[in-house]
Design a protein around this ligand. Sequence first.
Ligand SMILES: *Cc1c(COP(=O)(O)O)cnc(C)c1O
Length: 232
Amino acid sequence: MIAENLRIVEEKIEAACRRAGRERPSVTLIAVSKTKPLEAVLEAAAAGQKDFGENKAQELKAKQDEIPASLGLRWHFIGNLQKNKVKYLVGRNILIHSVSSAELAHEIERLSEKREVITEVLAEVNIADEATKHGVDREGALALLTEMATLPHLHLRGLMAIAPPVEDPEENRKYFIALRELMDQVNASGLFPHPLTELSMGMSGDYEVAIEEGATFVRVGTAIFGERNYAI
Ligand SMILES: *Cc1c(COP(=O)(O)O)cnc(C)c1O
């Protein structure tokens, strides 16, 4: 089931890349395994999947600890991160997609310095200005990024956004365009010595549109692993 779902998602990613005139390797598929058992991760890994995403720090750490390093999996933290959970992530080669405040950025900096690592991060932008979502709004983004630019143990690689749930994925195209334009604006400002290159956007319902608009990471859960059951 998981292998078949991965095959279908892969075909759609390839088609979206062709439509957009992009090379397939410019997009990384993150299989979002939150709430799913270790067996599901292993099944996806056996089918060739390398990148996995989790939204709870302890769940990510537990899965990462259980899985043999020889599989060469790469882990992404995509959830709302509390400061007291940063300790579960820093120093474990995890890309943190969801840095949404200067306070959180400083805590990641503090622990990264202590553990003598550089932590790769994305800044989360609340691109649709939804009250229920975390992340800074578009105006706040430049202030957050300016602050992050001063932190030597953070390597900011790009931006992340969670678009609203919609029936028609076309409704989210404007948000994906907005995130790309924000990254272009940051790069033009020269705030960072290196250009930002990563756009983490697009989920099961809208990843094809996100790829057409420049996503370099798509975060796909349901379309690979099936519906999540939060009751158990
Ligand atoms: C759960 C989650 C996803 C995956 O959502 P699906 O709709 O199941 O693909 C992607 N991004 C974030 C931040 C999530 O929390």
